[in-house]
Design a protein around this ligand. Structure first.
Ligand SMILES: [Zn+2]
Length: 276
């Protein structure tokens, strides 16, 4: 039965029985539009603040709406972590309720396929909502930015491996120091290193991006990462001195795809982009 017919049937049934519908029950179909850097999403779901193996943190400054593939990925990862006896996964920004530009300086997170997951696996007693709101998980990179911090453990490697091998993962962005550590420490199956990509920042969290789901014809898929494990000259580039880029004049943000306009209508814009 078509969803619309089903909902009409429910409304008629409730009306006939004398019940009053106090709130809309229509669930909007999921539609993912555009690329992660300039898109939107209709029918996004909100990840609950906590569940088996995960807790959302920094909730005053974050948004936890996403496509089902992303929500399911977080839940699967959390379940697998718990199965290994590891602590809860701390979940940061996902997307805004309709996608689009997200406060916090992100350049992506716009179409419900991105999630920031913290790398900290320090065992802690259950945190209160207030404690989770101000939690700042530690960096995995030393203060001078050249090596790992004491927060890095073998469990961090396990977490990154689990994330990169989730179904439908497109790539996982981490600091170059973290990528280099994996290149040095991972033996045996190294195929998953292909999806771990170095990027600016990302010292305390990894940015996991999922692929456009099948059937989402308006979702714009990024090109796949280059072949190989990435432990090569492309990684070495990050550790070479770079001249400061010339200051670019500020430019207005790119207009969202036309199909996003009705979805984003009424949403407020966010701060300028400074991170993925
Ligand atoms: Zn991110």
């Amino acid at each position: 039965m078509q969803e619309s017919k089903l909902l009409v049937g429910i409304v008629m049934l409730l009306s006939c029985s004398g019940m009053v519908l106090s709130a809309p029950v229509l669930a909007q179909p999921v539609q993912i539009i555009g690329p992660a850097g300039n898109g939107c999403i209709a029918g996004a779901q909100r990840l609950p603040d906590e569940g088996p193996g995960w807790q959302t943190i920094r909730r005053d400054r974050s948004s936890f709406w996403s496509a089902p593939v992303t929500i399911n990925g977080v839940k699967t990862l959390a379940t697998r972590l718990h199965a290994q006896g590891l602590p809860d996964l701390y979940v940061g920004d996902m997307s805004a309720p309709h996608g689009g530009r997200l406060p916090g300086g992100h350049g992506s997170h716009q179409n419900g396929l991105d999630v920031d997951l913290y790398l900290d696996l320090t065992p802690r007693p259950a945190l209160t909502p207030d404690e989770r709101n101000v939690l700042e998980p530690p960096s995995m990179v030393s203060a001078d930015g050249n090596s790992l911090s004491p927060a890095w453990t073998q469990d961090t490697v396990t977490l990154l491996h689990m994330a990169a091998t989730l179904p439908n993962v497109d790539r996982v962005l981490v600091n170059p120091v973290i990528k280099r550590a994996l290149c040095e420490q991972v033996s045996g199956d190294r195929s998953w290193l292909h999806l771990i990509r170095p990027w600016w920042g990302h010292k305390a969290h990894m940015h996991v991006r999922f692929r456009c789901p099948a059937g989402q014809t308006l979702c714009v898929q990024a090109p796949p990462p280059p072949t190989g494990d990435g432990c090569d000259t492309t990684l070495a580039w990050w550790f070479q001195p770079h001249p400061a880029p010339p200051a670019a004049p500020p430019r207005p943000p790119e207009a969202p795809p036309a199909a996003c306009r009705p979805i984003l209508a009424g949403d407020t814009l966010s701060a300028p982009e400074t991170r993925p």
